[in-house]
Design a protein around this ligand. Sequence first.
Ligand code: AMP
Ligand code: MG
Length: 389
Amino acid sequence: MKRKMYALIVCLLVLLTACNQETTDSDGLENKKSDTVTEATSQVEYEMPNDLIRSDSTVIDDSKTKSIITSQESYQIGTYIKISIYADKEVPSSLFDELFYTIDQYEKKISTSILSSEISAVNKSAGIEPVVVSDGLWELLQKGISYGQVSQGKFDITIEPLVELWGIGSDHARIPSEEEIQKAIALIDYKQVVFDEADHSVFLPDEGMGIDLGAIAKGFIADELKEIIIARGYEHAIINLGGNVLTVGHKPNSDTWSVGVRDPQGGQTDILGVLYLKDNSIVSSGVYERFFEEEGVRYHHILNPFTGYPEQNHLQAISIISEKSIDGDGLSTSLFVMGLNDGYTYASTRDDIEVLFITDDNKIYYTEGLKDIFMLTSTLYEEVGRYVE
Ligand code: AMP
Ligand code: MG
């Protein structure tokens, strides 16, 4: 409440002192919807979280693209974030304030590890009562359900009890007992979620059920950031949310963006190849992201809701190239669990996405559209291209 009042007062002051600026609503997220696209000189002050880890601007005068690249980095939603905007002059830090503030606001709505988040409220009310959610979360939940349908339940937003049980990436990661696994998977079924369109409420009918949006949150947020950047009048940018990369337009000199495809067997900065993209998103899911090992077996964070175990289907990683990052994120997790055969078959039915699969025998398969825009750079891998059953 206090936060809203504060934002409202700031907003009113700004409105009074500068009539040619865009306005913001109480949580700052409506800015992007404004029809009046002004130069990015938003002087709206965002109430930045005290614990935000964030850099100052790095400004590079880039002769190749004949532009000024302004970048800032942060650590949010459990991941490293870097946003670079290419323009004819330095981008004001206030735009990065807006972007990082937006990420923070969404994190506070959709993170299961924040007890006061909207999604935690939905989960705590499982078996008790429906909870009304904000528009952004409603939209994200609907998207989440749609990937459940695409993958026939291999992607399931109600996977939270299983995610919590394994605790992969947390300090309580362990191999659960068979009994615990059976109990958790009995609670997973996205079809049971009751959505009430009238009041945008969400109800999980059984106690113990829970929603986890970890598989789509980054993609969703990346799309929102892109909208803000465009609404502020910028046409060339690259948004990197921990490896979810979303490009805005092309480079100012018309070049494509070169985006590295992570080597699943290498370190965080090792790549196996490069994709040349324009105005596209690339999102990867892989066994290297979060895992623990016990007795030589790797237990990673992409779980099969039917078996209750990390998916073991001879894939090391998969990347989706799509227009919207939410689709890339949702489909990268979905197609990873579906596997090479079903995943490739599904991808071939969609002309709006391209997919690259890396199998555990170090072969790279991809859909037709990547033939001319993917370049293998590692000698460890073999480029096969089209997958034939
Ligand atoms: P990503 O890295 O985008 O593939 O997402 C992995 C994250 O999604 C995990 O850390 C879990 O929070 C969640 N998750 C794991 N398995 C599934 C699944 N089968 N369906 C939906 N979400 C999942
Ligand atoms: Mg995903």
